[in-house]
Design a protein around this ligand. Structure first.
Ligand code: TRP
Length: 362
């Protein structure tokens, strides 16, 4: 139905962003932003959604709002091209959520596999806050209020998009065609999506304490890489080593480029040669790790520099959020008007509202 490409994505501000976020989605956002193949692109800081499981810790959300904004700006999300906005400050989102609630049953909400997993993780099984259960409905509003149809997210967000499509369809059937069905844009590289943590666990995450943050300084990155999980059986340099499950090589798979070898490890032509040597034996972990540090620094140093600039210009960061939010509100307000007109609850804006009633009484 809709040919215009409207891209929207978002993050919960519950912590600083790390390399897992970076390779899994942030890098791709910057790429999309620069390709310019869209009519409008939004990046939303989902603070209201973050509160659904952090309602008792608002300080955390308040603090991380700026951290996430700093991360966005430092990786190159450009407020000239992208509308960066704050969810809670677009009241229309909350209002739309309320109308959408009517279109979804409790049992449908309870079937959402991502929410189910989260309920277990968060120990919500015995006392589930209603707000948490319904966050997929609010997420549908995030997307549909802005007519967004392309949503770059990880696979775990697929159920949210399915829910959003159902709501769009249901609304359109009942009140008239005004919403477009959105679709996920999933990351191409499966490995990048599940960036392992430095401890070798399957996923880099703040809660597991195994993340390298975009804001980590050089010494911290060095320390983390040096402590990285490799091959526990590779004890002496001469022992043959395993590549599979060896996180240092997983990171090199994702980050190293041909030119890094020429620059930092000219004895090897490419990653395959390095891996071969490791498998054969005779190549020590420390050498590979030192190489990885250099490779990561090429990516992280420019980010760090930009971050340092914005950390010294926080007023500018807040202004970016404020302007982006004003832009989003204006668009959201117009769409909500349309929604209310479709639902027949735009009484004061509808000059013919009294006509039917008048006829009844005349
Ligand atoms: N649920 C998403 C996450 O946890 C964040 C989010 C909220 C989002 N609203 C969104 C993502 C709308 C895409 C579109 O990462």
């Amino acid at each position: 139905m809709q040919e215009r490409k409207i891209i929207l994505t978002g993050d919960r501000p519950t912590g600083r962003l790390h390399l897992g976020h970076y390779v899994g989605s942030l890098k791709n956002r910057v790429k999309m932003q620069n390709e310019g193949n869209y009519e409008k692109m939004y990046v939303m800081i989902a603070d209201s959604q973050a509160l659904t499981d952090n309602f008792d810790n608002p300080e955390k959300i308040r603090e991380n709002l700026i951290e996430v904004a700093l991360d966005y700006l430092s990786i190159g999300i450009d407020p000239e091209k992208v509308t960066i906005f704050v969810q809670s400050q677009v009241e229309e989102l909350t209002e739309l959520t309320f109308y959408f609630l009517n279109l979804v049953t409790l049992s449908r909400l309870e079937r959402n596999p991502t929410v189910k997993t989260e309920i277990k993780q968060k120990n919500f099984e015995t006392s589930l806050p209603a707000g948490f259960l319904i966050y997929p409905i609010s997420q549908a509003a995030d997307i549909l209020l802005f007519d967004a149809n392309l949503i770059p997210v990880g696979v775990d967000q697929e159920p949210m998009l399915e829910q959003a499509r159902e709501i769009a369809r249901s609304f359109n059937n009942i009140y008239g065609e005004i919403f477009t069905e959105p679709y996920a844009i999933l990351p191409e590289n499966e490995q990048a999506r599940r960036m392992p943590g430095i401890d070798g666990k399957a996923k880099m995450s703040k809660s597991l304490g195994n993340a390298i943050y975009l804001a980590d300084d050089k010494a911290t990155v060095k320390k983390k890489v040096m402590s990285m999980y490799t091959d526990p059986d590779h004890i002496n340099i001469d022992d043959p080593g395993k590549i599979d499950g060896n996180i240092v090589f997983t990171y090199l798979d994702v980050f190293s480029k041909q030119e890094h070898f020429e620059k930092y490890l000219p004895d090897y032509k490419n990653l395959d040669q390095l891996k071969d040597h490791y498998r054969r034996g005779g190549l020590g972990d420390v050498k590979v790790k030192k190489f990885l540090i250099k490779v990561l620094e090429e990516e992280l140093e420019p980010i760090r520099e930009k971050r340092a600039y914005y950390e010294q210009n926080l007023d500018q960061v807040l202004a970016v959020l404020e302007e982006g939010t004003a832009d989003a509100r204006e668009i959201g307000r117009a769409k909500l008007q349309e929604v209310k007109r479709a639902m027949g609850i735009d009484y004061f804006a509808d000059s013919r509202f009294l006509d039917v009633i008048k006829e009844k009484y005349n």
